[in-house]
Design a protein around this ligand. Structure first.
Ligand code: KIV
Ligand code: ZN
Length: 529
């Protein structure tokens, strides 16, 4: 009988704190619902002391998502732990996850504390967390570079104070598999009272070892793994959830483990995260990348046509990925469209179906064949969950190779139409500057990615944008046959997110929003909002 491995998803904490991946409350809730559908055992959804937004997200998710354990992170001090508990206390099953660095490098240069002081802090903080909540996880940060004997002492202090889970992170992604496995075996053998305590892996991918090290941790005795969808996370990222889950699922012959993950939800989870963060999944990403099931070489295609098992170790269906066949065309009706969205893991409500159908008909008129990937693109286009402040009505552009491209833009807000135009190096830039002239809030582009969605010359352009408005970063994503239109929509989406966040901040704490950053709100909501 395979042993159950508990999947601890930290997409909404370690993942979300990585550059370019921040999510607002509504986006975090959407992702949490998908992680619930996916079947994760534990989801870590924030670090409440870091911001009011994080605190609010932990509170909202705790109130709504009742099946999995909901965890929140706290440093080993009273303020952090109390704040985490305040945010978590509405959860059906809550866990406080507290951490403190234990390597000599961190003690000397970051904490400036002695080993004795660190041991005392562990006992006190785990004890305090335990007084709030029976389920307490402790992480000795940088465990991978901690002196093994001191690591055993730290783990012992945590267990004595009531920790139910000991997570041993390779915080900087430095460990070799043999070292990581040995660390678990040693803690298991040398820490007294480990009977009811679960060991957990937490690995980073700085040297591309995160998934391999997770498996090493399992060999060493861990039964919980911490991971993220698409492997997002600090620096090079965390161990990828989909890779670990499919390894365990496919290699049962060599790995005596099982998870409760619904693998058919993996692709939908990956796509949703990419849509929400605006961070594209690399094409050759294992399990969920666009090319994961594409066979280009003639000899491979021939083999797959004869029997897929020749070159496919898993089917696209097993991870919920579209199999790239043509599904719908301009004669398809609402019913077929609705059914296909259900199959793709994104069931639509009636009004959503109406909106999707409208966009689908527009696309099907221009394109003979509509692929699953186009349907995902329609979701991006049609279901921007934030209230749109400005809507794009029209963009016209003239590109010139001499560096003087022009664009004219028409935006609508509350029934009023605004026009402007600008000249810039390229047509996209000219469209952005035209939008800036209307909104009065210049944005700075930090990241601009374009790729094609769908097969053949009929593919549509998908544009991701990360832009800074008034010092804060927001993302936008859009698709169109026209690259300039997709870029303008994506840019406008990021600006609209900025407005939305500012409104929420102002509503929650009018006094704490810096005066200079009221610019967006003043402009969009003159005289208030
Ligand atoms: O990488 C790390 O050490 C962490 C801890 C907070 C668990 O993310
Ligand atoms: Zn981490």
């Amino acid at each position: 009988m395979p042993e159950k491995i508990f999947i601890f998803d930290t997409t909404l904490r370690d993942g979300e704190q990585s550059p370019g991946c921040s999510l607002n409350l509504d986006e975090k809730l959407q992702m949490a619902r998908q992680l619930d559908r996916l079947g994760v055992d534990i989801m870590e959804v924030g670090f409440p002391i870091t911001s009011e937004g994080d605190c609010e997200a932990v509170r909202a998710i705790s109130a709504e998502i009742r099946r999995p354990v909901i965890a929140a992170l706290a440093r080993a001090n009273e303020r952090d732990i109390d704040r985490a508990w305040q945010a978590l206390k509405g959860a059906a099953r809550a866990r406080i996850h507290t951490f403190l660095a234990t390597s000599d490098i961190h003690l000397q240069f970051k904490l400036r504390k002695t080993r004795e002081e660190v041991l005392l802090m562990i006992s006190r903080s785990v004890g305090l967390a335990k007084s709030h909540c029976p389920d307490v996880e402790f992480s000795p940060e940088d465990a991978g570079r901690t002196d093994p004997s001191f690591l055993v002492e730290c783990c012992h202090a945590a267990v004595e104070a009531g920790a139910t889970v000991l997570n041993l992170p390779d915080t900087v992604g430095y460990c070799l598999e043999s070292e990581y496995e040995k660390m678990f075996a040693e803690v298991r053998a040398r820490v007294p009272g480990m009977g009811g305590v679960m060991l957990s892996t937490h690995t980073h991918d700085d040297l591309g070892m995160a998934v391999a090290n997770t498996l090493a941790g399992l060999r060493g005795g861990a039964r919980q793994v911490e991971c993220t969808v698409n492997g997002i996370g600090e620096r090079a990222g965390n161990a990828s959830l989909e890779e670990i889950v499919m390894l365990i699922q496919l290699r049962r012959d060599a790995l005596p483990f099982a998870t409760d993950i619904r693998t058919e939800e993996l692709y939908a989870s990956s796509q949703l995260l990419s849509r929400l963060t605006g961070v594209a999944v690399q094409r050759n990403k294992a399990v969920v990348g666009r090319n994961a099931f594409a066979h280009e070489a003639g000899i491979h295609q021939d083999g797959v046509l004869k029997n897929a098992i020749t070159y496919e170790i898993m089917t696209p269906q097993s991870v919920g990925a579209p199999s790239n066949h043509i599904v719908l065309g301009k004669h398809s009706g609402r019913h077929a469209l609705s059914k296909r969205y259900e199959e793709l893991g994104s069931p639509l409500t009636k009004p959503e179906l109406e909106r999707a159908y409208e966009l689908f008909c527009r696309l099907a008129d221009r394109k003979k064949q509509v692929y699953d990937e186009d349907l995902f693109a329609i979701l991006d286009e049609g279901f921007e969950h934030l209230p749109e402040t400005f809507k794009l009505r029209l963009v016209q552009s003239v590109a010139s190779s001499d560096g003087r491209s022009t664009a004219a833009v028409e935006l609508e807000k509350d029934g009023q139409v605004f026009h402007d135009s600008a000249t810039a190096e390229g047509p996209c830039d000219a469209a952005f500057r035209s939008i800036d002239r209307i909104t009065g809030v210049p944005g700075r582009i930090l990241d601009f990615t374009v790729h094609t969605v769908g097969l053949g010359t009929n593919g549509v352009a998908e544009v991701f944008i990360r832009a800074s408005f008034d010092g804060r970063e927001f993302t936008g994503k859009s698709t169109s046959h026209n690259v300039v239109e997709a870029a303008a929509r994506a840019y406008l989406q990021s600006a609209n997110k900025g407005v939305y966040e500012q409104r929420r901040a102002l509503e929650a704490h009018p006094a704490t929003v810096p005066v200079h950053s009221n610019k967006l709100t003043d402009r969009y909501f003159p005289g208030g909002y």
